[in-house]
Design a binder for this molecule. Structure first.
Ligand SMILES: NC(=O)c1ccc[n+]([C@@H]2O[C@H](COP(=O)([O-])OP(=O)(O)OC[C@H]3O[C@@H](n4cnc5c(N)ncnc54)[C@H](O)[C@@H]3O)[C@@H](O)[C@H]2O)c1
Length: 447
C-alpha cells in the first residue's frame, strides 16, 4: 500500500508554501547574530502561562525573551510573572505595554471575544501576532482582523495545535497519498466528558458573548481539522443544537462549588483549591475581578448549547456529518473518511474507564481488498501537538511545512466561520452560506 509517500508535485508545492501562516524569522543584531525575539503576552491565565509562558522561557531562552505581560487582572498578571520566572514589567493597560516594550511578537491568550482588540491593535502597534484559537467569535470581528492584517502588513498566526499531533498528521498523510481515492464524505463525532466537558459550563465559556458558544470556542478546532484534512473550504452549514443538561436544567444550583449548599449531592462538585496552580491563578485573585473558576454548572445564566450537530458541505463536494456532546462518560472522538476506493476510520480515547493503549490506531479498509491497522505512538500535550507547534513558531520557523500545519488568518477565519454559521443556523433554522458571512469565497482546493 502506498501510504506514506507524497507525489513530487505535492512536496514541492508544500515546501514552497512553508512560510504561509508563519511569522518572520528573527532580525539580526549589530554582530550579525540573530537578535532575541521580543515577546509580549496579553491574557496571562491558564493557557497563556502553561502553553506559552513557562515553556517559551524554558525552551527558547537563547532566542526569545518576554518583555511585557498584560492582563486586566493585576493580581493574575503578577502571579503569572512569578510562575514564568521572568523579570519583565507587568501591565493592565495593553497600549501602554505595547508603547513601552515594543515587542516583535504578541501572544494573545485572552477570553475569545476580546482577541480581535489585541490582534488588531497589536499589529497596528508593530507586532506580528500569535493568537490562540478561536481567532475571534463573530463575522464582523473576523473581517476586521483580515482587513487589519492587509493594512498593516503584519502577520497573524493561529495556533491550531491539533494539526500537529502525530496521529492526525498520519491521517493527513494517508489522505494525500490517495489511499481511499476521492473523499466524498466524513463522519466526525466528538465527545467531551463529565469532567472536561462540564468545565466549559463552570467558566467564562458558559456565555455566548465570551466564547461565541462551543460551536466557536471548541468546535472551531474540529472544523479546522476538517478544512486541513480535506484541503478544501466549507461552503454551507446547517445545524441543530440545544441546552438540555447543564444550566437551567439542573436539579439544584449554587453560585460556585466552594460556597454551594449542595456539595455533597452534586456529582459535578469540583474543589478548585485542591489544584495549587488554579488556586494561585484564580482563587487568590478573585478579589480583583470577582471571577469564579468553580462556577456552578447549573447556573441559570448559561446560554451556550451542550449538544450540537451539523451538516457541512465543502467546496470540493465533500459532505460532513459532525456532532459534539459535552457530558460523555469518556473523552475522545471518532472520525471516518469515506472515499471512492475505501474508508479510513480513526478514534481517540483521551480519558475514561476504557483500556488506554500507548498508541492510537487508524484502520484503512480498501474496497474489495484488505483491512490494515496503523498504530501511532501517543504523546503528551494535545496529542504531542503543543510542543511541536512551539518549536515551529520559535525555533524553526523556516522548516519546510510538509504537512501544511502552519495556520494563518485565512485558516483561522474558515474554522470559526463554520462555527459562527452553525450558531446562526441554529437560531434561524436555515442553512448558512459561509461566503455570506464575510465575503470570503471558499476555495474548492486549498494550496
Ligand atoms: N489551543 C488549545 O488547545 C487551547 C486550550 C485552552 C485554551 N485555549 C485558548 O486560550 C485562551 C485563554 O484561555 P484560558 O483557558 O487560559 O482562559 P483563562 O481565563 O485562564 O485566561 C484568560 C485571561 O485573559 C484575561 N483577560 C480577559 N479579558 C481581558 C482583557 N480585555 N484584557 C486583558 N486581559 C484579559 C483574564 O483575566 C485571564 O487571565 C482562549 O482563547 C482559549 O480559547 C486554547
Amino acid at each position: 500500500m502506498k501510504t506514506n509517500s507524497f507525489s513530487r508535485r505535492d512536496f514541492v508545492r508544500r515546501t514552497t508554501l512553508a512560510a504561509a501562516g508563519v511569522i518572520a524569522a528573527p532580525k539580526m543584531n549589530a554582530f550579525g547574530k540573530a537578535a532575541k525575539r521580543r515577546v509580549a503576552m496579553v491574557g496571562t491565565g491558564h493557557r497563556g502561562t502553561g502553553m506559552w509562558g513557562s515553556p517559551v522561557v524554558k525552551e527558547f531562552a537563547d532566542i526569545a525573551e518576554f518583555v511585557g505581560l498584560c492582563d486586566k487582572n493585576p493580581g493574575r498578571v503578577e502571579t503569572a510573572r512569578k510562575m514564568m520566572n521572568v523579570s519583565c514589567p507587568t501591565f493592565t493597560d495593553f497600549e501602554k505595554m505595547m508603547r513601552e516594550t515594543k515587542p516583535d511578537l504578541l501572544i494573545v491568550t485572552t477570553v475569545d471575544a476580546t482577541h480581535h482588540e489585541f490582534i488588531i491593535k497589536g499589529m497596528e502597534m508593530g507586532a506580528d501576532i500569535i493568537t490562540e484559537k478561536p481567532m475571534t467569535t463573530d463575522e464582523t470581528k473576523c473581517r476586521a482582523i483580515l482587513d487589519a492584517e492587509k493594512r498593516t502588513g503584519r502577520k497573524v498566526t493561529v495556533t491550531f495545535n491539533y494539526r500537529y499531533s502525530p496521529h492526525r498528521q498520519k491521517i493527513y498523510e494517508l489522505l494525500r497519498a490517495d489511499t481511499i481515492g476521492k473523499i466524498t464524505s466524513v463522519d466526525f463525532h466528538w465527545y467531551l466528558d463529565t469532567r472536561h466537558g462540564a468545565d466549559y459550563f463552570r467558566r467564562w465559556h458558559r456565555l455566548k458573548e465570551n466564547s461565541g458558544s462551543l460551536w466557536v470556542h471548541k468546535a472551531s478546532h474540529h472544523f479546522d481539522l476538517l478544512n486541513w484534512w480535506l484541503e478544501s473550504e466549507p461552503e454551507t452549514v446547517y445545524a441543530n443544537a440545544a441546552l438540555e443538561h447543564y444550566g437551567k436544567n439542573g436539579p439544584f444550583r449554587g453560585v460556585n462549588c466552594r460556597s454551594c449548599p449542595h456539595k455533597s449531592e452534586c456529582k459535578f462538585f469540583f474543589d478548585v483549591t485542591r489544584d495549587k496552580r488554579l488556586t494561585a491563578l484564580y482563587v487568590d485573585n478573585e478579589k480583583h475581578d470577582g471571577y469564579l473558576r468553580d462556577g456552578c454548572v447549573f447556573k441559570e445564566d448559561i446560554n451556550i448549547y451542550d449538544k450540537m450537530a451539523a451538516t457541512i458541505h465543502y467546496a470540493n463536494g465533500a459532505n460532513v456529518s459532525y456532532s459534539l456532546t459535552t457530558y460523555s462518560p469518556y473523552e475522545g472522538y471518532r472520525i471516518a473518511f469515506n472515499g471512492t476506493k475505501g474508508r479510513i476510520d480513526a478514534w481517540i480515547k483521551e480519558s475514561g474507564a476504557m483500556t488506554l493503549e500507548p498508541y492510537d490506531e487508524i484502520m484503512v479498509s480498501h474496497n474489495f481488498g484488505k483491512v490494515e491497522y496503523i498504530k501511532v505512538p501517543q504523546s503528551e500535550g494535545h496529542g504531542g501537538g503543543d510542543a511541536i507547534l512551539r518549536d515551529k513558531i520559535f525555533r524553526n520557523p523556516n522548516k519546510p511545512d510538509t504537512y501544511r500545519q502552519s495556520a494563518g488568518s485565512r485558516d483561522g477565519a474558515m474554522a470559526i466561520l463554520v462555527g459562527i454559521g452553525a450558531r446562526k443556523s441554529v437560531e434561524s433554522g436555515q442553512p448558512v452560506r459561509i461566503e455570506d458571512l464575510t465575503g470570503l469565497r471558499p476555495l474548492a482546493v486549498k494550496g
